[in-house]
Design a protein around this ligand. Structure first.
Ligand SMILES: *Cc1c(COP(=O)(O)O)cnc(C)c1O
Length: 417
């Protein structure tokens, strides 16, 4: 799979760089593997905010049980692509307009974030019905992790006391049907840690529902399955996770569990490819200045990691003067932005990197292009390429999939040789 991508990079012209390459066949097969490892009463939703690119969503469509959306915009986008798919709508700060839209669009689950949100919903429900999960922030301290959404003071979900208040509201509004609980507490856990957390959440949920005389039917465990940017070959252990969930479900017959990962599904299928505009030495340290930068791939700047990359040597050189290069020493890979924060990878040892070589950053399929500050400095946007040996796309579908003119402008289809 990697060699296929690297081969494709060589076929791109300099004008097409920077580029995003998405390996849709790899995405499908990765998602199929995840699905296969999960026991049956565990539903797999994809968190659209990780990457809402229309063609990625289409590729995922038949391999997930549904989509989790976190805004009215995502809801509209997913509904347009999948008029009948199962959709869960979560996220803090839902407006009355978004809630109305959710009721009209027929979301399968609405994740209620606060008592106020529930009260707003009671004014909008009318003659309709809706199935809700209450998002809880249970008192389960988590310690240090890349992203923590709960188990500590947080704007997400509700303290147990607010859950109790919600039950009183729900009792007066039978058209808003309580289906269970939702808990998305952390991101970046490996499988044993995720399982340990899941056990605590399920145990807490079972006790809470029992205490309130409610059936313990359904828990959405959120996403957050770890992705190791320092070690692209080390995947979340879905097999161990699946075995653990099976064991847990044996203790809770009739319970349906749902997970809604984003990063661990999409990260691996995306590559951000660019070329080296300049190699220079400053006070003894090597810097490679690349076309593009963190305004296209913000992930390493927000997470403070080195984005893993491969060098694709290019032997064409047509400029006067010597070709600058760094050999057998660390180099810092930066972009074209006039800020010291525009760093994609810092002091990474390389065998050789020259002006004119190409660099392909791996693990750029989630929280990459779509979280980046595209307009800062007004550089051109990357081109987008979708590799798919299972189902070649056509230029017509490329046009239809266009979600925004900006992204569509660079769309190209690339049947894989
Ligand atoms: C962001 C988010 C997810 C997905 O998280 P990943 O770390 O991408 O797996 C799932 N559920 C909720 C509620 C989220 O906010």
């Amino acid at each position: 799979m990697r060699s296929k991508i690297l081969h494709h990079v060589q076929d791109l012209s300099d004008d097409e760089l920077p580029a995003y390459l998405y390996d849709l066949a790899a995405l499908r097969s990765h998602t199929r593997t995840i699905r296969r490892e999960l026991p049956d009463p565990v539903e797999l939703f994809y968190a659209a905010k990780a990457n809402s690119d229309a063609r990625l969503l289409r590729a995922l469509g038949e391999h997930v049980d549904g989509f989790e959306v976190a805004s009215g915009g995502e809801l509209q986008h997913v509904r347009r692509l999948f008029p009948t798919s199962r959709v869960a709508f979560g996220g803090p700060g839902k407006t009355a307009r978004e809630l109305t839209h959710a009721l009209e669009a027929g979301v399968e689950r609405l994740h209620v974030e606060s008592q106020h949100e529930l009260c707003v919903l009671t004014t909008l429900i009318g003659e309709r019905t809706v199935d809700v999960l209450l998002r809880v922030n249970p008192p389960l301290p988590l310690g240090r992790l890349p992203l923590v959404m709960g188990g500590q003071p947080s704007p997400f979900g509700m303290d147990p006391a607010q859950l109790d208040a919600c039950l009183r509201v729900l009792a007066a509004h039978p058209r808003i049907r309580l289906r269970g609980l939702h808990a998305h507490l952390a991101s970046g856990l490996d499988a044993p840690a995720q399982l340990a957390l899941v056990e605590r959440i399920v145990d807490w949920g079972a006790r809470w529902t029992r205490a309130h005389g409610l059936p313990f039917d359904e828990v959405n465990l959120g996403g957050g399955m770890g992705v190791d940017y320092a070690n692209p070959e080390r995947f979340f252990d879905w097999s161990a996770f699946g075995i653990g969930l099976r064991r847990l479900l044996a203790d809770h017959p009739g319970l349906t569990l749902r997970i809604e990962p984003g990063r661990s599904i999409g990260a691996y299928c995306g590559w951000y490819v660019t070329r080296v505009l300049d190699v220079k030495f400053s006070h003894g340290e090597a810097f490679a200045v690349l076309a593009g930068g963190t305004h296209h791939l913000r992930t390493p700047a927000t997470r403070g990691h080195d984005q893993p990359f491969e060098i694709i040597p290019s032997d064409t050189w047509s400029w006067p003067g010597p070709r600058s290069a760094v050999r057998l020493e660390p180099v810092t890979l930066v972009g074209q932005l006039c800020t010291p924060k525009d760093v994609l990878a810092s002091r990474v040892p390389v065998i050789r990197l020259r002006t004119g070589d190409r660099v392909a950053f791996a693990m750029a399929g989630a929280y990459a292009w779509n979280i980046s500050h595209h307009d800062f400095l007004m550089h051109p946007e990357p081109s987008f390429h979708y590799l798919d040996d299972e189902r070649p796309t056509t230029p017509e579908t490329a046009t239809a999939d266009r979600q925004r003119p900006a992204q569509g402008a660079g769309d190209q289809t690339c049947p894989v040789r």
